[in-house]
Design a binder for this molecule. Structure first.
Ligand code: DCP
Ligand code: MG
Length: 612
């Protein structure tokens, strides 16, 4: 946000959080990123001129292949409510209008209104730091019922424009408005290459976005922002440009897209977070999408193919254009953050008694209400826990029967939670989903269902000719091996140590992490899990990682029950997590004796980044 004294904010956050677990965790992450940057710089310096020119050709070939998948036939609109929780609270209490306010409490705030953001107050910031930044800050407690009510009102409006709209959260949705445009006499094909029609089309999109925002306001008295583009990735970037209460429409034209994306700072792209931004900037000097295309050779040389593909495709402004086939949700989840307590005795008491209230009676009720409303029942229950030292643990159980009542959810979730005690927690999330296994044939068909619209790609974005380019060099050193899960078959397969090290050149907390390399095979239309049908959008990187871990654990669990003792995993691969605390060490090796068949997922989890 403009006008924020960033230095002052950083200083205050530093002073206020110094010595805290949060601070220690941030320091650990930063040290890891610094080491990664150092090691990648060394690898870069070892590239010979021949290597560089080879990988540049590889990158150029890949750019052309990716470009061939560009689809400009759909029109996507992304809508995001402005300061959602804060705006809803201001509707309930108009005296808050114009005053800096935050929703949440002293331990954590969920969001802040724009008045408070001018002081540097932002979502997921501890309230006591927010108060230091803005002493006048008013705190309002979170009230999910209100937000759900207003969310439903907005969704009724979205439905008029796209009955299959994709809700990304309570306050955010993607709408395919192609049909609305057709109904109003506009289609994608007739616009390409004809300037005056393009202008007409553009102004029609502007009108539709404006009309939708006005209707949302009429129905809710809340403002929202919208973005229109040829795919979901671009539509989302666009909706942020004129926030709050604004919109931005990107013309459906290749040159317009390339011009727009080229100068875009990489951090604006969903999926490129702080760590990735830092690494790309400090190792390669990349700060915009154009830089990313130009340095494509280095990206192909140092990252796995899927990671390099991710970078190149976002640099081209490519994104999802098809609505996932699944209309009915097969999973449902809920998550809640609360103040972590470090006092062991207090904590124990809290977990045994008040967690029952906070988590089960409350959270499980919400979950169950949603499930029953949507006619959903689930068989797999997953519990995600974040400890006070920010370690994330995932525990899951697959039940004999499908469940949907809060009593059943409560019963099984409590069992999972009990197996973790003693522990200091700051977040509990539960997710329940059913299974909808698909055959490989179906998955492949889904993947090829995409309609591709070929277009001539401007050669100025390439640095080498596209003729007779050889395939990438095979990787040397096929010698030593480690085990990893192949998500396409859910089988363990052998990979070379060199491959592990190469994959280590993916990033820390981003969706392009090394283990996501396999995950791409697992997500149909980059949205739906091919094994169980759970829907998770690409930006839910952490959740996807956990979901992948869950399937891996499930697979290993089945294998174990069939064939006796588990295949041992290389011990050193857990080294970084083991540093987190002796408590977690103890937990990792402990399976729940009560919940037969449940083994903590972390036991199986292999993170190749830890081999750096
Ligand atoms: N939210 C949360 N914790 C976060 C981020 C958001 O609980 N770390 C909640 C509060 C937000 C709502 O989700 O109001 C929507 O999130 P957004 O990121 O869209 O943020 P806002 O709608 O508050 O603000 P903006 O105007 O930037 O969209
Ligand atoms: Mg919002």
């Amino acid at each position: 946000m403009g006008g924020v004294d960033k230095e002052k904010v950083q200083r205050t956050v530093y002073e206020m959080s110094k010595g805290s677990k949060y601070f220690e965790n941030e320091e650990r992450k930063e040290a890891f990123t610094r080491r990664k940057i150092e090691s990648m710089r060394v690898q870069c310096s070892k590239l010979t001129p021949e290597d560089i020119s080879h990988f540049q050709m590889v990158a150029d070939k890949r750019i052309l292949e990716l470009e061939a998948t560009r689809d400009l036939s759909r029109i996507w609109l992304h809508v995001d409510m402005d300061a959602f929780y804060a705006a809803v609270e201001t509707l309930s209490d108009p005296t808050l209008k114009g005053k800096p306010m935050a929703v949440g409490g002293m331990s954590m705030i969920s969001t802040a209104n724009y008045e408070a953001r001018r002081f540097g107050v932002r979502a997921a910031m501890p309230g006591f730091i927010a108060r230091k930044l803005c002493p006048e800050l008013i705190f309002v407690p979170v009230d999910f019922k209100k937000y759900t009510h207003y969310s439903e009102l907005t969704r009724k409006v979205f439905q008029k424009y796209d009955p299959n709209f994709m809700a990304a959260s309570l306050d955010e949705a993607y709408l395919d408005i192609t049909d609305v445009c057709k109904e109003r006499g506009l289609t994608g094909g007739e616009l390409l290459g004809v300037n005056f029609i393009l202008m007409f089309w553009y102004s029609a999109f502007v009108k539709i976005a404006q009309e939708l925002r006005t209707t949302v306001y009429e129905e809710t008295v809340l403002t929202c922002s919208a973005g229109v583009g040829p795919n979901r990735l671009l539509a989302k970037v666009c909706s942020d440009i004129n926030k709050p209460d604004g919109q931005f429409v990107l013309p459906h034209d290749l040159m317009a897209v390339m011009t727009f994306i080229s100068s875009l700072p990489i951090r604006k792209i969903g999926g490129i977070g702080k760590v990735t931004e830092h690494i790309l900037r400090d190792v390669f000097g990349i700060s915009t999408c154009e830089d990313m295309l130009r340095k494509g050779g280095f990206l192909c040389a140092l990252f796995s193919r899927s990671t390099a593909d991710f970078f190149l495709s976002v640099a081209l402004g490519l994104g999802e254009t098809e609505t996932p086939q699944v209309k009915l949700r097969k999973s449902i989840s809920n998550e809640r953050t609360f103040a972590a307590t470090e006092n062991e005795a207090l904590l124990h008491q809290k977990l045994l008694s008040s967690v029952k209230v906070i988590f089960t009676a409350d959270l499980a009720e919400m979950l169950s209400a949603d499930m029953q409303k949507e006619g959903l029942s689930g068989r797999t229950l997953t519990l995600k826990l974040k400890t006070s030292s920010f370690e994330v643990r995932t525990r899951a159980v697959t039940l004999q029967k499908y469940i949907s009542s809060s009593e059943d959810i409560l019963k099984h979730a409590t069992k999972l939670l009990k197996a973790e005690l003693p522990v200091s927690l700051r977040l509990i999330a539960i997710c329940c989903y059913g299974r909808n296994p698909k055959s490989i044939g179906e998955i492949e068909r889904d993947c090829f269902l995409k309609l591709n619209c070929r277009s001539s790609f401007p050669s100025k974005f390439l640095s080498a000719p596209s003729v007779n380019i050889p395939d990438p060099k095979p990787h040397q050193n096929e010698g030593s091996e480690l085990l990893e899960a192949d998500p396409s078959s859910m089988q363990l397969k052998r990979i070379s140590l060199d491959e592990v090290n190469r994959r280590a050149n993916t990033l820390d907390d981003e969706p392009v992490s090394s283990s996501n390399r396999g995950q791409q095979l697992l997500w149909i239309n980059d949205y739906e899990c091919s094994l169980c049908g759970i829907e998770l959008r690409p930006s839910f990187a952490e959740e996807r990682q956990e979901h992948f871990d869950f399937h891996l654990a499930e697979r290993l669990q089945n294998e174990e029950s069939r064939s006796g003792p588990r295949t041992p995993m290389p011990r050193q691969r857990f080294s970084q997590k083991d540093d987190i605390g002796s408590n977690s060490k103890r937990k990792r090796t402990k399976s729940s004796p009560k919940e037969k068949g449940h083994i903590p997922i972390d036991v199986f989890f292999v993170k190749s980044k830890q081999n750096l």
